[in-house]
Design a protein around this ligand. Structure first.
Ligand code: AMP
Ligand code: MN
Ligand code: MN
Ligand code: MN
Length: 300
């Protein structure tokens, strides 16, 4: 599979939030890259899932790819913004529709405040400009603002847009109070899903705080943590694998793909280390995955 070493990718984004591709386009890309199982996990919205599933059901792709209904929920843990992925959630459950509606309002208000700050910095009509590429129920994250700033040439990269304007301490930063990690786990379970702590290595918190987070998440009923995302040092991956073993967490793997041409790619460099038990090997959850025999997991 080239560098796309795992055909099960349990985290990616469409333009229902801050991904660049439509749900249909991401399924087409995934099939091209040999992905057999793809979770559509947009920030705080489930609106891309049905379109992705419908694309996967068309004749040319039938039987080739399983779309896993998913969401990436924004939460706050002791002042830090933490992402919790729900896999195999029922988007139509009351718990999920209530959550999505509440997060949408929070996101809308936050996006307006970010836009106001950016307008003062010279980005005229930025909210309206970004809205042109979106339907009204799409979720606008800092990722959407970063891409716009980059495309306007006001930053040399997506990351630089964060470093110059959007991250904590920078002029367009807006502090956000999301729901608790435990609330997110509860909602995911009420919606029939599995709770996964997303990219635990990316929070810029101390190791002690990370251990505290993992314990809190596990006590709340969280089942798994992402061990592999594609842009990651081998030492970080090994560290996370050891934490998963120590705390009895299942392992998940997801590219967190957002856009073409960036360093993250569907199924790229996300094979789980042997010491970790993947979600799909757990007796409770293996049955959630259709056609698992078709998957290539590249584990080493
Ligand atoms: P939000 O949930 O609105 O705060 O935005 C989340 C999106 O911004 C996610 O896709 C993150 O990957 C991205 N993001 C957050 N912080 C950074 C950063 N420092 N550099 C690049 N991307 C970031
Ligand atoms: Mn994002
Ligand atoms: Mn995230
Ligand atoms: Mn993500």
């Amino acid at each position: 599979m080239n560098k796309n070493d795992c055909s099960i990718d349990l985290h990616c984004h469409t333009n229902a939030s801050d991904g660049a591709l439509s749900p249909e386009q991401i399924v087409e890309r995934a099939v091209r890259f040999g992905i057999t199982h793809l979770a559509i996990s947009d920030h705080d919205t489930t609106s891309g899932i049905l379109r992705a599933q419908n694309r996967a059901l068309l004749d040319d792709f039938k039987g080739q790819i399983e779309i896993i209904p998913s969401i990436e929920i924004s939460t706050t843990f002791t002042g830090h913004q933490i992402h919790i992925v729900g896999l195999f959630i029922n988007p139509l459950s009351q718990a999920m529709t209530d959550l999505v509606a509440a997060q949408f309002e929070k996101r809308k208000e936050r996006a307006s405040r970010i836009a106001l700050k950016l307008e003062k910095l010279g980005f005229d009509n930025i909210a309206e400009e970004i809205a042109k590429d979106h339907s009204p129920d799409d979720v606008i994250t800092r990722g959407n603002f970063a891409r716009y700033i980059f495309e306007k040439g006001a930053a040399s990269s997506f990351d630089e847009a964060f470093n110059k304007y959007l991250k904590r301490g920078k002029p367009a930063y807006v502090n956000s109070q999301w729901i608790g990690v435990d609330d997110a786990v509860k909602i995911i379970h009420m919606a029939g899903g599995i709770a996964v702590l997303a990219h635990p290595g990316r929070y810029q918190i101390t190791n002690a705080k990370l251990r505290e987070l993992i314990c809190f998440f596990k006590d709340a009923g969280g089942e798994a943590m992402e061990i592999c995302s594609c842009q990651q040092k081998p030492a970080e991956r090994d560290f996370l694998a050891n934490l998963a073993v120590q705390y009895g967490m299942l392992g998940s793997a997801g590219s967190d793909f957002h856009l073409e041409g960036a360093y993250r790619e569907l199924g790229y460099n996300i094979a789980l280390p042997m010491k970790v038990t993947p979600i799909w090997e757990d007796p409770r959850f293996a049955k959630f995955f259709n056609n698992l025999d078709r998957a290539v997991t590249g584990r080493k």
